[in-house]
Write a protein that binds this ligand. Structure first.
Ligand code: 3PG
Ligand code: MG
Length: 399
């Protein structure tokens, strides 16, 4: 990628390399319960270490709001990091000051050290130049490998790039390349699948997507709001009725932009929101008054899959139904498997991301078959909304 400085051009040997990583990983009983984000940073850490740099990892965990909250220490992440990296990883109790400086002074070339949660300091989230300088003192080079935190303009995600020579790490680079192929300069036609519970959290995203893609599939609870806005009955389904005008505005904008909106034509309905509740499929014009739409129906899946067949590029965010509960996972699973099959056959470039999406693709058993699955939640959404991400913008080369 020509527009970002990457590790390829960085001077690493013998340098103290501050690497911003995202170790905001799910923990259970004091252990890392999902190591996806740790795996993502291994190429960068190994590269720096192999080239004789001192790899000093900066990361946040949780939202301690500038306080030293013991439960939000990064120390419990060290064992998982060591196992995956296959080498010892040091730990310093603070990310600035004496503790950090002394730990760094002891490093040999190629060593790896993790510094304590950057958000234990108030300056981090304020992007305070004094705090940023305290971080910058500890390094010679800055590498950002945390795309998933790049929507934050914090000292460790943005500020540092102004004070040290700054480069995109391998995971950041892979993410930017995938996103570029998906929306910035994609092969057309592009189809977007957007699901999830609420329209209210995805208005900007939908408004941006209709101007960028040829087809937009709307599923999940948010489809109910669109159906309601078109005059269909939605029974007791989740529905943001006060957003009917917004839904109509988005549909009008789609029409102006020649983007086809694909809504469910039938739905899996149950009367109780519980696993294995008895279900029936209804056309969307015949949803019973006391029924709840919990998934797209079989005809809708056929239509979605047919639309995927027409596309060269797919962007996916959010499940099509209440996928965490059987049998309401069916629509999501079938569409995901179809997209995976097209991808494996070389007919589709598929990019997915955002909170539940990765869980849904893992549940369908196809996360590895997509062209690219983002580790980001909020950052992926903001990127889909068309917003510049501060941590990315600052890495762009200006000439
Ligand atoms: C994430 O988990 O999405 C990122 O690490 C960002 O965390 P934040 O939402 O607390 O800024
Ligand atoms: Mg988050």
């Amino acid at each position: 990628m020509s527009t970002f400085r990457t590790l390829d051009t960085a001077d690493i040997k013998g340098k103290r390399v501050l690497i911003r990583v995202d170790l905001n990983v799910p923990m259970k009983d004091g252990m890392v319960s999902d190591d996806t984000r740790i795996r993502a940073i291994l190429p960068t850490v190994r590269d720096v270490s192999k080239r004789g740099g001192k790899a000093i990892l900066l990361a946040h965990f949780g939202r301690p709001k500038g306080e030293r909250v013991p439960e939000m220490s990064l120390a419990p992440v060290v064992p998982a990091l060591e196992t995956l990296l296959g080498r010892p990883v040091g730990f310093a109790n603070d990310c600035i000051g004496n503790d950090a400086a002394q730990a760094i002074a002891k490093l040999s070339d190629g060593d790896v050290l993790l510094l304590e949660n950057t958000r234990f300091h108030k300056g981090e989230e304020k992007n305070d130049p004094i705090f940023t300088s305290a971080l910058a003192e500890l390094g010679d080079v800055y590498v950002n490998d945390a795309f998933s935190a790049a929507h934050r303009a914090h000292s460790s995600t943005e500020g540092l790039a102004h004070q040290l020579p700054a480069y995109a790490g391998r995971a950041m680079q892979a993410e930017l390349e995938a996103l570029e192929k998906a929306l910035t300069s994609p092969q057309r036609p592009v189809i977007a699948l957007v699901g999830g519970a609420k329209v209210s959290s995805k208005i900007e995203l939908l408004e941006n997507l209709v101007t960028k893609v040829e087809a937009l599939v709307i599923g999940g609870g948010m489809a109910n709001t669109f159906l309601h806005a078109q005059g269909y009955p939605v029974g007791k389904s989740l529905c943001e009725k006060d957003l009917a005008d917004t839904a109509r505005r988005i549909m009008a904008k789609a029409q102006e932009s020649n983007c086809a909106i694909i809504l469910p034509v039938d739905a899996t309905v149950a009367y109780h929101f519980q696993a294995h509740a008895p279900t029936q499929t209804y056309g969307v014009d015949a949803i019973p008054e006391d029924g709840m739409i919990l998934d797209v129906g079989g005809l809708s899946v056929e239509r979605i899959n047919a639309a995927i067949d027409e596309a060269a590029t797919l962007v996916w965010n959010g499940p099509l139904g209440a996928f965490e509960m059987e049998p309401f996972d069916r629509g999501t699973v079938e569409a995901a498997r179809h997209a995976a099959k097209r991808t494996k056959a070389g007919q589709l470039l598929s990019v997915a991301g955002g909170g539940d999406t990765v869980a849904a693709l893992n549940h369908a058993g196809v996360a590895d078959d997509f062209s690219y699955v983002s580790t980001a939640g909020g950052a992926f959404l903001e990127w889909l909304e068309g917003k510049p991400l501060p941590g990315v913008e600052v890495l762009r080369q200006n000439g």
